[in-house]
Design a protein around this ligand. Sequence first.
Ligand code: ZN
Length: 580
Amino acid sequence: MVPERKRHLITSAIPYINGIKHLGNLVGSQLPADLYARYLRARGHEVMFICATDEHGTPAELAAAKAGKPVAEYCAEMHAVQAELARGFRLSFDHFGRSSSARNHALTQYFARTLGEQELISEVAESQVFSVDDNRFLPDRYIEGTCPNCGYERARGDQCENCTKQLDPTDLINPRSAISGSTRLEVRETRHLYLRQRSLKPEIAAWIDSKTDWPVLTTSIARKWLNDGDGLQDRGITRDLAWGVPAQFDGAPWQGMEGKVFYVWFDAPIEYISATAEWADATGQDDAAWQRWWRVDKGAGDVTYTEFMGKDNVPFHTLSFPATIIGANRAGGAEWKLVDYIKSFNYLNYDGGQFSTSQGRGVFMDQALSILPADYWRWWLLSHAPESADSEFTWENFQQSVNKDLADVLGNFVSRITKFCRGKFGEAVPAGGEYGPQELALIAAVAEGVASYENMMDAMSIRRAAQDLRALWVLGNEYLQSAAPWTVFKTDPTRAAAQTRLSLNLVRLYAVLSEPFIPDAAASMLAGMQTTNRDWPEDVPAALAALAPGHAFTTPEVLFRKITDEEREDWQKRFSGIRS
Ligand SMILES: [Zn+2]
């Protein structure tokens, strides 16, 4: 039974540009999205998997200033760094875009204009700190001064780093510009654009209510923001910055927004769409190629759209971005795709505390790849994904999981059967012999296990899918242990040949099933089996006969090495504190 080929659009929350992400960030969106994309492709579906870097906003400007570089140059460099790390972790994006792209500028302005024409954007007057010497309004973080709480002299206008107290710029003693150090600051009136989310609330609420299959983590966060306190509020969508999508542009239904850009949370989700357009551009295709993923009126009616993100991103994806889409769709003429399913994650903690980017605590993507290949991390992170609750990375657990699951179970199976076959039959699938009750029971158990694994993967139940996959590996190991072809060979070599043939076919099957979790090991296993047959086992008995008698193979190198106690202790020390 080959399932119907369907179209799946998958997006991962886009990582912010200012620095390398830690493993908690990775498992909160990009990695599970990759797992799902790989699985759906393996099942024969048409997949568009999109991610990008989120490049606008104050933190990017500040990080660039700290690095002594123009912000555009800084972002281009950091995008290249993040893209390289994504390749290192085998994240199989169809496109890894940039929210600073020309496509995103154009689409962000298009959505803003369309919302404005629907009277869903209002202008609101606000008082804000203006730096006379810098000749600009200052965002809160651009104002520094002495903390009224602890006396720290470099507290920021939004928060004191030293005592963590939340501040308003006007709380600071001796406030000054973080850009020039100037103290000539004044409070002036300025106007900002607001997205009128309150007027879209009934439509957003009805849409959330229709999503009865969504995880409670997702809908509970959305409902909290919709209903708690005064309920969903209008949201400011402009900022006084130079770096971003200009809020004043040709055809804008407002005046006087010069010097302002759209708030990063307005343009970042639009980048999902823009990055798909960037993909079409990069592959030499026309607009129809990306619009068939995003425009219901241009063929996206049969697309299933799934978003992956950490729980902190849920409000923007259940309320703000849908408000943009629902509001724009009111204009008629274009019907943009709303998300069909949101898979959200809790947090991954690190060894008794939290991952911390500012303190450099935990393992960061570049460090991880410098000590072990991607598959080791992928397996641990996905099999411990923080789905129903926060989860915790410990070095003991990581060592145990890698050594047991990957080395002792999967790696051992592959190594044992290929080496045995090479020694007794040579490096080709042996002929002869019939399957007995034990083999037929194994085939039935594998078929059952595959069905369960598919159900878990279809449901994006990632930890349980990992358990099912591991259970399939265990079946092979246990079979080999009890069938013991090395003993049978002494008295009944023909029967040992049948046992070996089935086991070698299991190696190929494991490669296909495991590919979404551990793509490099899967590739090594297929290369060892000298086959390009990556067909999903829609029919398990047939799949276990794919490698015919006489099919040549090469005994693979060790798939997974074990982590020693010395390494574990060394790494635990190395990653406990300040990132060097
Ligand atoms: Zn303080």
